[in-house]
Structure formats: C-alpha cells, structure tokens
Design a protein around this ligand. Sequence first.
Ligand code: G6P
Length: 608
Amino acid sequence: MCGIIGYIGSHQAVPILLDGLRKLEYRGYDSAGLAVAGSGGIQILRAAGKLSNLEEKAYGTAMPGMTGIGHTRWATHGAPTEANAHPQVDTAGRLAIVHNGILENYASLRAELRAAGTELTSDTDTELIAQLLGREEGPLLDRVLRILPRLEGQYAVVAISADEPGELVAFRQGPPLVIGVGDGEMLVASDVTALLSRTRRVIFLEHGDVARLSLDQVTVFDGAGRKVERAVETLDWDAARAEKGGYRHFMLKEIHEQPDAVRNTVLAYLDQDRRGVNIEGFGLDPGRLQKIQRVQLVACGTSWHACLVGKFYIERLAQIPVDVDYASEYRYREPLLGEDTLLIGVTQSGETADTLAAMELGKHAGAPLATVCNVRNSSAWRLAEARLLTQAGPEIGVASTKAFTTQLVALLLTALALRKIRGFEDDVDVRLAAQLQRLPLALAKTLETPDQVYHRGVDLLTATTDALYLGRGMLYPIALEGALKLKEISYLHAEGYPGGEMKHGPIALVDDGFPVVAVAPRTPAREKLLGNLREVQTRGAAILAVAEAGAPGFEGLADLILPIPDVDHFLQPVVSVIPLQLLAYYVAVELGLDVDQPRNLAKSVTVE
Ligand code: G6P
C-alpha cells in the first residue's frame, strides 16, 4: 500500500527521503517518486517499478533542497506509470503533493476542473488536490484550509510550495500520518517505520488535523484553522516492531488494513462513475461466458471459505449453479468439466500447488479459466485467461485476514459482472456498488470495538479446549473461517457448523461453560439461529454472538456481543468475520503463541 515521507531540516532532503521510502517498501508499491522545494522552485523525480529505478535516476540528478516529500504508490485506479506516480503538481508547477487514500468525489472534481480549463496530466485523484490548491492564493496553509471542504473521502496528504520552501503542510482524514520531531529537523510519514532512523519523538496526527511544519516548529490546527494541542510521544519500539507499522504483530496490522484493502479492491473494478462493475477490468470474454451453464470454484484453506460465500453470491445474483471444491479433492474426483463450465481458482498467493493443479485440469478440459488472486504474475495469474486481482497488498501473517475479505469482495464483484453478462436489467448492481463503497467505513467501525470486549471473549475461550462456531446461510462459511482462525493460531480445537445441523451431533459436546460463537447479524434466519442458541444455552453453553449492538433477542442469552454495524445482507460475511479474526488473535496473544508464524503452517503451500 502507499507510503508517505516528508522532510524539512538542515540536510539535503533527497537521501533522507530515499531512506524513508526504503523503510516503507514492505507495504508494497509499484511506482515511487520525490519532490524537493529549493531555490529554483520545485523539482520532481518519479519512476515506475521498484525503488531502485528512482534511486538510479536520483543519483544522476542534482536536486538541491532541504525540504521535500516522497511517496511509494500502490496503483489502484490509474496504471502504475510515471505520470500517475506521486508527487503530483499543479499546472504552474509551484506546489507538489503526495497522497494516500481515495477521493470519493473524484468524478465531479475532475469534471469541474476540466470545465474550468485545467489541463490534467494524470489519471489520479491526487492531481485534483494539487490543482485545487494551485487555484487558490496566499500561504499554503490557508489554501489547504480553503480546499478541505471540497475533499470527500479518505486522505493523508503532505504538500510543499516553491513560494514557502521552509514549510511542509500535512493533513489527514482517514489514513494515518505521524510527525517525527528531530533535532533541528522535522519529518512526517505514513507510519513510524520511516522516521525511526532519525528520531523517536513523534506526534500522531488525529483525524481531521492540519499541521504546518518548519525546521524547528510544528503547529497543528483543526479543519477550521483553530490551533489544537497534540502531545509529543517518545517511542521505545525496536526496529522489528516498527516494521509492523507499530502493531505488535503482522496479523493485527493486516486486520486493521482491511478497510483500505477492501476499498482498493472495490474501486479497482467499479466503472468510471462507480455505479456498476467494469466487466472489461476482468479480462473475461463476454461471448464465451454467455454460454456457460455452471461455475466451478476451487481453492484451499481460507480461500475455500471465500468460495463458499462466493457460491451464494453467484447463484443469487447471476442465477448460475455453482459447485465449490477443495482443490486437493477436485483433481482426483474425475469431475465432469467442459466448455460450459467457468472454473475459477481462488488463491491469495497464486502458488498453492493443489489449486494450480485443479486449474490445469480445467484448462485441459477446455473450460474458461479465471482466477481471483492477490499476486500479480504468480503462477495462477499466468495460467488463467481472466484475472481479478484482490488489492490486499502483501500479507505476511500466516493466518489469512485481509486476503480473505478482499476475496469475498472480488467474488461479489464477479457475481455482479456475470449478472450483467446474463442480461439482467435492474438496479441491483447500482445498489450494491453504492453499498460496497460504504463497506470500508463499516469495517473501520467494527475495528473500533475496544480491546476489553475481546478480552472477555478470551476468558470464555481459554477456560476450555474446544469451541463451536455456528452460522446459517452465507454466514455459515464465516463460522468455518472463525473456527479455522482460532485453530490456526491458538491451537484450540474449534469447529464450524450450520446452526440447523448442530443438533445432529455437536450438541453432544456442550456442557457447562462450553463456548459457542454465533455469527448472528440481522437476517431473516436469525430467529432460527437464536432458537439453536437457546438449545445450547439450556445445556450450559457460554454464548458469544457477532451481532449489531442492542439487537433484539440476545438479552439473557448471549454472555458477550461482539458488535458489528448493520449492513446489507450481501456484505454481512465481510463485516462479520472481523470480530472473529480479532477474537482468535487475542486468544493466541493471551496464550503467548507465535501469532504470525504458527507451528506447522506455511503461508503458501507449494507442494501437494
Ligand atoms: C495455506 C495458508 C492459508 C491459505 C491456504 C491457501 O494453508 O496457511 O492461510 O488459506 O494456504 O492459500 P492460497 O494462497 O491458495 O489462498
């Protein structure tokens, strides 16, 4: 994901910016750039691809200046080209900005600027911010305050101006920014990793803050230009921890990256006006797809759970029958497969041996072959004719989190694309496209639940060695995924079951204090699940429920509610899994286990 670094001080900025960008590399990116404000105005250097490309250019270019900004960009919309890389400048070339996040009113701002005769040189929303600033007059800080009401969406921005080379202005709404307070110098970055080699004294900017940095002073304002106080904190983190962006584990960091990852995946496959899916983006041949009679999903592990939800999505929205198979079983069951079946391999890594083998089988049988994959140019990517890239960025924790939620979103988008190809003419895709754009906010809200709530859940789960996870309909796979997360990293035994099936066996396990985790957001079937829960409660179960805070029917039934916001039914699987990831995480931490590298497991299983 994108990274930001800014510097103002008494040293040459370029080597310090490059060092900061190196530290941000772990986030994943596909182009990079930097800009310096010096006596001759603003100088910019950008390069597609690896940071070494930018470094090579920088060695050959004199860029004197002690104020500068740098960026690593992970392209979402707008290809990873030099023109789309940051920094972006205004037409006059007097100011430059770097930006993380996405402007939601991109289309209307772009149209407005174009109508006003502004020539745009990139496909980015970032350039629009630079151009808006360029149209204002006066000091940079005042210009920023004036354009803020025009910006809808999520952003962390750092700006420099040729007219005030002794200043940086940073502002955020959504993505983080942290200021490093150095000795006669100031830095600003998207995470502390990039600052630690120069200072440990930091100021975390809050949502809505605007900060002006000079080489010896930081002043922070709210959006209305009133001064606000922000404390300087001294970090004692070691370097390894800092690489996790301040989180204790990669898994926790990745859980928190889900709003961004999901947003990026959604936006990558919506059409220009964001009112429906962009079929061309999938690379599918609509003519060939119109002939398909069935969809076959193959995957392993967490990706297989995503497929189980995907079956609901595709059958409901595109009205095409779907089969889901473990890739390791599929290849040996002599499946009936031909040109009328669209085979989709769902794989985070794109390197899982069984999934690749199942895809090969499809290829030889002449089936149209697609993949939902998180790694561009991986083996699955190269094997498939149609590809949908989940925009989760690198996932380091072995227990998959953000890869899973982006797979769910990708499969929902696939279902909408197939629906369109099948000729359904109504506004379902417009409605779901709008819901999908609000989904990151619902995920962010879910992540705001205080840790203490989970600690009560940890007490219930660690008091025993087994747990049962229940769900119904498209939330049953989420029960499976919740149970898998707990197993993978806490080594406690957990099973996922459909609520209605629970009486046919697992209920025998239930006695005093036996934990039952219910995935129970508002659905027409919730009453039935509540009935299942009453059955285990009378046998002594301790009940934890994922549901909307204050939802009816849980009083006197659930020992603990893990709250989620009320969202569209199709999006409930994505939101409901978050509390289960966190619950498993906190249990593993409590048990003192290696969360990121659990015993016996591998991130990518490249052997059969
Ligand atoms: C391994 C990982 C799981 C993952 C599975 C499938 O078992 O530990 O987290 O779900 O492989 O991986 P893939 O890369 O194909 O999605």
